[in-house]
Ligand binder design. Structure first.
Ligand SMILES: [Zn+2]
Length: 571
């Protein structure tokens, strides 16, 4: 078949317009012929239709009576996910479109299949042209993600009327609007004691020993409480025109207060202000879901936070809908050993961006498929979804793994990986692709701190000076990295590349994999001294991430570029 003819049997649905736009874009990115949308009778290849009887957000791909394929669902989201499946399994073969051979019904097992975009340090989500980020949100929706969360990070701003705050709100609203347009729910994160950089000194929270901005609010006094609720209300009002479906109430990192009245935060201050914040949110957005985060509860030492929370949430409180749990390295033990406090549905918060590599995405793709398969395996039986933490597009493979984890509830993502290889860059040598990912994961790293990062983030031990970079720059040894693996990965990339169609070879999703393999090899061969080939790769990555203005943590380490870091700038 040369041209895909699509008949829309549910034209009244607003999602149809988005789905048409997405289909046009996805086909055009692959240099496949533009589809034709037909109305009225006549031959078609594909139909979109709403039918009854399919569980929420599920879909069915079936044969029609006239040789056409039908994607049917009982709600708009199901059509998006069905079209995602259809596209992932459709390919171009010798100039002919071979339409998706998969038939059957597919239902999502977990309810909250979210993603969190951090929009700071001038990363991709903050800086890339909006249409690029919007297209990326659409791509995630096709994979089954059904919720997008963003954060309006108050500590950067003097107040809600600060022009910089308004600029950020405009950006965040645009992202959430896109999410809603493609059927995702939209939400915001909020520190349970979040404050602007202008928080009066007398109302500032006591640092908790975890990361702290210094401008969080102590909620021990009525004035402190009132300030937090005023901050939240201003933000909720700003998002009213977009609509919010959920809020995260967040404890730490940054956040919290360790004064005698508020601490331990997780079982005292956070619960007191959290309930008030939740009720304020529900009042503004009736039906909105409240997600109570326990990130870093009892981190480092047991302060009775999990235990205290379990007591307070027994019986289940009426102001919380989900409990979110996770931690930097391993999943917290309490919910695994004692069950989820309040019997609430559990969400995880896997860190798919920063783990063991710095700058984040600075050396290309960071596939950690085995790591996440293991981590998810530990919580899959308890979780009702989650929100991977994302700093950019370099961990797109990790997102694809989680898309399948959340869809099936199982800890197996082989199908998602194979669909990814073929759909995203036209690779059919799955074995070689899988091996490349394994090799990159085994050689995970490097870790470099460029310029001011050491001063701002603290000086870890064991750093080795990085010549040719701004003063203070260091790298960390990575004894686990192995040159033989790097050689094999580069050779396999060459082999795969030979069979890729031109659009696939040039696609950013392939390029960040190939560049990572190349950088691993060049750096391991040259004692971690970047040569011309590395510099060229860094520049290409910078371009892919729109990282010209990015801070050091989220930008490739292009030599000769001194990146500004204002992340720790508070009054
Ligand atoms: Zn306090």
């Amino acid at each position: 078949m040369k041209t895909l003819r699509i008949r829309i049997l549910c034209p009244h649905l607003p999602i149809v317009q988005s789905l048409k736009t997405i289909t046009l874009r996805v086909l055009s990115e692959r240099n496949w012929p533009a589809p034709e949308f037909v109305s009225g009778p006549g031959a078609t290849d594909l139909e979109w239709d709403l039918v009854s009887g399919i569980a929420a957000q599920g879909f069915r791909i079936e044969n029609g009576t006239a040789g056409q394929i039908r994607i049917v669902a009982s709600d708009p989201q199901g059509l998006v996910y069905g079209m995602g499946k259809f596209l992932r399994r459709t390919r171009m073969d010798n100039g002919e479109l071979k339409l998706c051979p998969w038939r059957g019904t597919s239902l999502p097992r977990l309810s909250m299949r979210g993603i969190y975009f951090a929009t700071h340090f001038h990363n991709f989500y903050q800086e890339a042209p909006l249409e690029k980020v919007e297209a990326y949100i659409e791509d995630l929706a096709l994979q089954g993600f059904n919720a997008l969360n963003v954060w309006f990070d108050m500590h950067h701003f003097k107040g809600i009327d600060d022009p910089a705050a308004q600029e950020m709100l405009t950006r965040l609203k645009a992202l959430l609007r896109t999410a809603r347009r493609v059927g995702m729910s939209a939400g915001i994160g909020f520190l349970a004691n979040e404050g602007y950089r202008t928080t009066p000194a007398a109302l500032r929270a006591t640092p908790t020993g975890r990361a702290h901005y210094g401008v969080e609010v102590c909620v021990a006094t009525p004035e402190g409480e009132a300030l937090v609720l005023k901050n939240l209300q201003g933000e909720l009002d700003a998002f009213r025109e977009v609509g919010l479906d959920f809020i995260w109430l967040w404890p730490y990192d940054q956040g919290g207060c360790a004064c005698p009245s508020c601490g331990p935060w997780g079982r005292k201050g956070m619960l007191k202000i959290g309930e008030k914040a939740a009720r304020l949110f529900r009042d503004r957005f009736p039906g909105g879901k409240v997600i109570f985060s326990t990130w870093l509860f009892d981190y480092g030492n047991d302060q009775g936070e999990w235990n205290g929370l379990a007591k307070t949430f027994s019986p289940k409180p009426d102001w919380v809908d989900y409990l979110l749990a996770d931690s930097h390295d391993r999943f917290p033990r309490f919910p695994l050993e004692h069950g989820v406090p309040g019997g609430l549905p559990l969400l995880n918060f896997p860190e798919i961006s920063m783990y063991g590599m710095l700058p984040w995405g600075g050396f290309g793709a960071n596939p950690l498929i085995q790591r996440f398969t293991n981590l998810w395996g530990e919580v899959a039986h308890l979780a009702d979804g989650g929100f991977p933490y994302s700093e950019g597009i370099f961990e797109d493979l990790n997102k694809a793994a989680y898309a399948q984890f959340y869809w099936t509830g199982q800890n197996d993502c082989r199908e998602a990986m194979e669909e990814y290889f073929e759909f995203q860059f036209g690779a059919v040598d799955f074995e070689a692709c899988r091996r490349i990912l394994d090799l990159l994961e085994a050689n995970h790293g490097p870790c470099w701190m460029i310029g001011d990062m050491v001063r701002l983030w603290g000086s870890p031990t064991g750093g080795i000076p990085l010549p040719g970079y701004p003063e203070g720059s260091i790298r960390f040894p990575r004894p686990q990295a192995d040159q033989a693996r790097a050689i094999e990965a580069v050779a396999l990339c060459r082999r795969v590349e030979l069979s890729l169609p031109e659009w696939g070879r040039k696609s950013w999703r392939w390029r960040i994999i190939a560049l990572r393999a190349l950088l691993d090899l060049e750096l391991l061969t040259h004692g971690d001294n970047p040569n011309e080939a590395c510099q060229k790769a860094f520049l290409e990555l910078q371009d892919i991430y729109s990282a010209e203005k990015g801070e050091a943590a989220v930008s490739p380490p292009v030599k000769g570029v001194n990146r500004i870091d204002d992340s720790a700038n508070c009054e």
